[in-house]
Design a protein. Structure first.
Length: 66
C-alpha cells in the first residue's frame, strides 16, 4: 500500500469515525456498550484522534522527504 492510499484511508476513517462520535453526542437516546455510553463515545473519540494523527504523520513525513 502506498503512502498516498494510506493517507486517504486514514483521512476517510478519521472523518467517518468523527461523524459517528458527534452523532453519538447529539443522539438523545444513544445505544450503550457494556452498559456505559461514555465508554462507547470514548472508543470512537480514540479512533478519530488516532486516524487523524496517523494522517498527519504521513503528511509530515512526505513533506520532510521532499
Amino acid at each position: 500500500m502506498t503512502n498516498k492510499s494510506k493517507r486517504t484511508l486514514f483521512l476517510m476513517s478519521g472523518i467517518l469515525t468523527g461523524i459517528v462520535f458527534i452523532s453519538s453526542i447529539v443522539d438523545s437516546e444513544p445505544g450503550s456498550l457494556f452498559g456505559s455510553i461514555w465508554l462507547f463515545r470514548l472508543g470512537w473519540l480514540i479512533m478519530t484522534v488516532s486516524s487523524f494523527a496517523s494522517y498527519y504523520n504521513i503528511v509530515k513525513s512526505e513533506k520532510k522527504s521532499n
